[in-house]
Design a protein around this ligand. Sequence first.
Ligand code: S3P
Length: 175
Amino acid sequence: MKSIILIGYMGSGKTTVGKQLAAALGRTFYDLDWYIETRYHSTVAQIFAEKGEEGFRQIEKSMLHEVAEFEDIVLSCGGGTPCFFDNMDYINSVGESVYLKATPQVLAEHLRMRKVERPLIKGKSEEELLEYIQTSLKQREPYYLKAEHIIDVTLLDNYDKLQTSVHLIREELGL
Ligand code: S3P
């Protein structure tokens, strides 16, 4: 069976949903950022600080190829993964891709408390964060929209967001 690969902007819930989806399907879960951190004995923030974004993107690409070798997994990518090199075409060639789509407002709300560990948004005020998301989502969405499946998580009620997202993905994939 093909692996399921979750993509989407930071704060769209890729890791939380991916973990739960993997548990529901009895598959192994991988998060690309965590995989990189384990392999490099370093946090994503440290890699950005030491090697710059360009260095991080090179590592991210090679780790994507490494982890994609594993079979039948659920993989959550980083928000930028599909938007560099030929990563999105590669993702589509090795797995079944699912884009977790949300509005900038919802993403900003999710990211408000989780800015520190993300080098691209660290230190931004609330207004700067929303503005940054609006601009970069516009640049990134053409890549995200190449996904085979799109799940809109914007309107899901916070209360049962996780379960509903997992349910919608399973329904969409026929699993
Ligand atoms: C990034 C998203 C992060 C991480 C890095 C860069 C991005 O992953 O890979 O900070 O470019 O959007 P999450 O989407 O899991 O936060």
